[in-house]
Design a binder for this molecule. Sequence first.
Ligand code: SF4
Length: 408
Amino acid sequence: MSKAPSLREKLSILADAAKYDASCASSGGTRRDSRDGKGIGSSTGNGICHSYTPDGRCVSLLKILLTNFCVYDCAYCINRKSSNVRRARFTEQEVVDLTLAFYRRNYIEGLFLSSGIIQSADYTMERLVRVARLLREGHQFRGYIHLKTIPEASPALIEEAGRLADRLSINLELPTEDGLRRFAPEKDGATIESAMGRMSGAITAAAAEPRGPRFAPAGQSTQVIVGADGSDDATILGRSAGLYGTHRLKRVYYSAFSPIPESSQALPSRAPPLAREHRLYQADWLMRYYGFGSGEILAGAADGMLDLAIDPKLAWALRHRERFPVDVNHAEREMLLRIPGLGVRSVDRLIAARRHRSLRLADLARLAGSERRLRPFVVTADHRPTALLDRADLRSIVAPPRQLALFA
Ligand code: SF4
């Protein structure tokens, strides 16, 4: 029998096992503040695992699994029952002690805790909830807590998890029912959806009653694995749009599939290009902040895949030249947001500026940082792109080959 791992070894095994989970940015939470002297620590400082929030803030979390033992056998997962990896399991008290120790040293701003499924969904969920309860109620921990929840767990346990955690998440993992059937047969899309639905109802109800009991104030998120089951980007984005619309998810995280040892023959032997993950995040951003419908982003793209060489908004503009040029001195905000090279903040500044004067190309270049990308797509007081939009080589004008090569 092999020797039981030390605490240090457990940390190394269970932090490494958690690295495949991308769904842990701590954005959007009501930050607990311990400056009132009633709690410990503060939620600023450096840490051991960095995540980036949508506004670009970098936060640090202790990101670990309670255990990498699992009774499920999801083909794409390194921790699946049949995987030949070294296993470890923290006690709940060990997770609490580690979190407090790192937090007091200001290494972290919070905890992201997930787990393989041991014995049953309820047995595992009870242990995750116990960690959060010990931290919050036993130690008045004011840091950020993100708990991964198990869709099959009883609603009472999810309820308690929501009361204690800032954010909850359930991983969808694969975007289609067919993918789940093939690669995660113990999981059920309908159970995942209904758990997300209950969570969404509780989050909305708590947000409407600020004086009532709290419930996951930073919302819920999920992770979708990209490149494991053959789903194209149009399918993935359609699924994300459905989740944002139906369950008001705060974020969908995209995680490129990484091939694992002794995996199923049905899984790809190579990881998808990392640029694909990056383009999906950009497209996701377009759906959430730029008013694009999921079907629109890839409309006209023959293979249902995002162009890896250029960003999805530029790709959309090149396919829909009939929508341009846009007169920046008169167009609605909705259309200004579609101009390549202009972000949300630039558009808002542009709208504020045009109240006082007619905008010229140089004004736009200042807002966008460059005029190359937007020049063919805009009309300003001193510029009308005439034939530019009809040129066959427009793509190489707005995205020179040197830049395209970065993504090749
Ligand atoms: S349930 Fe989670 S930890 Fe277990 S095999 Fe499936 S993905 Fe991996």
